[in-house]
Write a protein that binds this ligand. Structure first.
Ligand code: NCD
Length: 306
């Protein structure tokens, strides 16, 4: 493993598999235990540095570090000296001076975690940077697929929706390709990034044509907060062409699963009855996120096995 986890490309197949296997071992070790805690990172300090809003990812990293017995500092830009204009560099150096061993960062600027990694001695974990990457989300998605379908090699995955603004899509395409899955991206042409042809994935504009052929459908949130222009005529039109409703779900193969990284726009990219159906792994993804992030922190901080 490298010292940092900045993007999905930092993991080759061996490392990525090691993270998934370690997560499975951690999960097995904690199942049925009354005290869901391992002593592995006792005496180590993990800082969660969040410059952008987050529910799942922030809580998940906090819980992951706590379950490994690390000391955890949660730092959010709101209410800190960032609002007095303190730079990312000075903030990071301050945190390191106080003894942090790892910094988990979410930032609105693509590339911020790379910058941070050049300034600090500890490990940096990217928890989402702008529209760039979100590697631990891709890991927890891969973990969820492997757990549900028993494999990743040859699994056919459709990633549907706002690919343009999605760090989740970017990280998933890279990681799933590394792990031998076949990805098709489905979106209106306006929501695909320039240069999509060089991604290791197929591209389609036709959701109905692809659905019967896939094992996994991963729906992406329409990221209205990142949209500076109008990318589709109306919410209704978007949902009609690219939303997953019960009618569309019915054409999926028997074993196929439906994923979403959250937060969802129910009724827009995914219908409520689909999100709550037995095919949906949405709640499972959240639970798996804790085990996967425990594995990442454990492997990066090199804690000895307990
Ligand atoms: C994603 C994110 O923030 O990139 N959510 C998450 O981490 N679970 C996806 C999104 O915001 O749509």
């Amino acid at each position: 493993m490298k010292r940092h986890l900045l993007e999905a490309g930092d993991l080759d197949r061996v490392d990525a598999t090691l993270v998934l296997d370690t997560a499975a071992q951690i999960e097995a070790a904690l199942t049925g235990r009354e005290v869901k805690k391992l002593p592995t990172l006792r005496g180590r300090t993990v800082v969660n540095l969040f410059y952008e809003d987050s529910t799942r990812t922030r809580i998940s990293f906090e819980l992951a570090a706590k379950r490994l017995s690390a000391d955890v500092i949660n730092f959010s830009a709101k209410g800190s000296s960032v609002s007095k204009g303190e730079s990312l560099k000075d903030t990071a150096l301050t945190l390191e001076a106080m003894g942090s061993d790892a910094i988990v960062i979410r930032h609105g600027a693509s590339g911020a975690p790379h910058q941070l990694a050049s300034w600090v001695r500890g490990s940096v974990v990217n928890a989402g940077d702008g529209t760039h990457e979100h590697p631990t989300q891709a890991l927890l998605d891969a973990y969820t697929i492997r757990r549900r379908l028993g494999r990743l090699e040859g699994v056919r995955v459709a990633i549907v929706g706002d690919v343009l603004h999605s760090r989740v899509a970017r990280s998933n395409v890279v990681l799933l390709h590394t792990l031998g899955a076949e990805v098709t991206l489905i979106a209106p042409p306006t929501l695909l990034p320039v240069g999509i042809g060089s991604w290791p994935a197929e591209v389609s504009y036709d959701l109905d044509a692809v659905l019967p052929k896939v094992d996994v459908v991963m729906m992406l949130r329409v990221q209205a907060e990142r949209m500076t222009a109008s990318f589709f005529p109306s919410a209704r039109e978007y949902s009609r062409r690219y939303g997953l409703d019960a009618r569309r779900m019915a054409v999926l193969g028997d074993e196929a699963i439906v994923m979403h990284p959250g937060p969802m726009n129910r009724g827009m990219e995914i219908a409520a009855d689909v999100a709550d159906s037995v095919r949906s792994t949405i709640v499972e993804q959240v639970g798996n996120g804790v085990s996967v992030r425990m594995a990442v922190l454990y492997l990066l901080l090199g804690g000895a096995p307990s």
